[in-house]
Write a protein that binds this ligand. Structure first.
Ligand code: PLP
Length: 515
């Protein structure tokens, strides 16, 4: 069936693995990330032809070109489920054009209203199918428990994606009192037979450390396997199965822009991405690599500007950086894990160089890439960082000039694009619906500074009530159903646990005891 295999970015794996194994393993042995041995290539005509297909068919065609080791008809069927009625727009990720040269790619029409749905409606289905295929081959004989620590958005998208998938259960930990009212209700009301949600006393770091400790507890993992035939897995954003669905929407968007006459066939576009873990913008780079006429990749950072500084200087340095909380929390990051894949590709797939840089990062909290890799980076990327005040100003300006509401993440990208763009049309990746971040959208529209207090009557509203107020005041009354009904949906999960690994492990056992 296939022959594309996956190598790892640190050159430590003995032999490459097929797609199915790369997906269930997540991380390669030795800590590297999986990368396909060969990239396919699409001609311009092959890309333009995609415009005539449904989104699910485009996705299946691109997956097949990557030669993944699942039968073509099951790829097609899984894509039909991943990108169907679960999205509230039949185009799946429609494009809204603010003017003739500024196009907003709306990646938030999925079940949780954040762009993570684009990957997390797809990966779990391929995860489940991959595990099944490996069981049939006799390569594994166990099920999986996906354990996720979340600061808000990822957990909900993972729950929606993995709910009721065969052979997999999912447990999500979030910081108790540390997520917004909307995010809390989205998770605590989660449906599905194979899901559990815990509020953890502590902050996001405590949740993440707890998850890492549980993954690293060999005795616990052995016992889960011996007594329950369950392996822990993480399905986080370094999984290749989360990256490939993101490549799809950049190729697809190009076909749609050309097909609708918004760009000339073959004309180059720039893509601007609000960047955190570097997954989304890396996917755009792969889309360019396989033939999409993309010129520059514009990397937008918020006040956590480590990536913008890296792209501008060639030095990645977190030795003296403070982690800043911003209105775009999904981009608040110091260590950007998917950057490793990008560097592997730009450095000529040199695993030794990657090992050295990652070691420097661990030991010295910084690394510097060589001149050749840096000049390749500069040929594909430019970058800027946008502070919270400028982000708020962009939300207000775009509303006033275009009658369109940006969420704070997309606003960072919009503003960065204003400074970085040249002559090419720009496609801006819009990563969340504004109603996920209603408080800050309200502040931006009402000239309240970032972090500033809301008037008492506004602060007293639930997240849904505040969104309704914003919708009324702006006249932009489309609020996705999953966000609109949260006050009426029954709360299902009320557990609050401590972050000590033993407490988390006990909670996991209790979840697995329920059938
Ligand atoms: C995760 C996320 C991002 C950052 O994406 P990366 O792939 O991690 O760079 C940006 N915006 C939103 C709303 C997100 O949820």
């Amino acid at each position: 069936m296939t022959q594309n295999r996956y190598i790892d970015t640190r050159g430590l794996c003995e032999s490459p693995v097929p797609f199915t194994e790369a997906v269930v393993n997540g991380l390669a042995d030795g800590g590297g990330l999986y990368v396909p041995e060969h990239l396919p290539h699409f001609t311009l005509d092959e890309i333009l032809e995609l415009a005539d297909l449904s989104y699910a068919e485009r996705a299946a065609r691109i997956y097949r070109a990557f030669d993944i080791d699942l039968p073509a008809d099951s790829i097609q069927a899984l894509m039909g489920e991943a990108y169907g009625e679960n999205f509230d727009d039949e185009d799946i990720c429609p494009i809204t054009s603010l003017d003739a040269n500024t196009h907003v790619l709306e990646l938030w029409h999925g079940p949780t209203s954040a762009f993570k749905d684009m990957a997390l409606q797809c990966l779990p289905r391929f995860f489940s199918a991959s595990a099944e295929a490996l069981r049939e081959q006799g390569a594994i004989d166990h099920d999986f428990l996906i354990l996720v620590a979340t600061s808000g958005d990822t957990g909900k998208a993972a729950l929606e994606g993995f709910k009721d998938q065969d052979g997999v259960r999912i447990g999500v930990m979030y910081p108790h009192g540390g997520v917004s009212d909307i995010q809390y209700k989205q998770m605590a009301t989660q449906a599905g037979q194979n899901v559990h949600v815990w509020a953890v006393r502590g902050n996001f770091d405590d949740c993440q450390s707890a998850a890492k400790a549980v993954f690293g507890d060999a005795a616990f993992n052995d016992e889960l396997m011996a007594t329950r035939k369950i392996a822990l897995s993480s399905a986080n954003s370094i999984n290749w199965g989360r990256l490939l669905p993101q490549v799809v929407y950049y190729v697809s968007s190009y076909a749609v822009l050309a097909g609708s006459g918004k760009i000339e066939p073959g004309e180059h576009i720039d893509v601007c991405v609000p960047t955190g873990n570097f997954g989304n913008i890396l996917a755009a780079w792969y889309a360019k690599q396989i033939g999409t006429p993309i010129d520059m990749l514009l990397c937008a950072s918020n006040e956590n500007r480590v990536l913008a500084d890296f792209i501008n200087t060639g030095t990645y340095d977190i030795s003296e950086r403070e982690f800043v909380l911003t209105p775009s929390p999904s981009m608040d990051i110091l260590v950007s894990s998917n950057l490793e894949r990008q560097l592997f590709e730009l450095a000529g797939r040199d695993g030794t160089a990657i090992r050295t840089w990652m070691e420097d990062l661990r030991e010295k909290r910084s690394f510097r890439i060589d001149e050749n890799t840096f000049s390749k980076l500069r040929a594909d990327f430019s970058a800027d960082s946008i502070d919270s005040a400028a982000c708020f100003a962009a939300i207000k300006e775009v509303f006033e000039h275009h009658n369109y509401l940006l969420d704070p993440h997309t606003a960072v990208a919009y503003q960065a694009a204003q400074g970085l763009r040249g002559e090419n049309p720009v496609l801006i990746a819009s990563t969340a619906h504004w109603a996920k971040f209603g408080e800050n959208v309200y502040r931006a529209l009402n000239d309240i500074e970032p972090g500033g207090a809301l008037p008492a009557d506004i602060a007293a509203l639930s997240g849904c009530e505040l969104n309704d107020l914003i919708a009324t005041e702006t006249g932009l009354d489309y609020i996705p159903a999953n966000l609109a009904n949260l006050d009426e949906t029954e709360i299902r999960f009320t557990d609050i646990i401590d972050s000590a690994p033993a407490d988390v492990e006990q909670a996991v056992e209790e979840f697995l005891d329920q059938r």
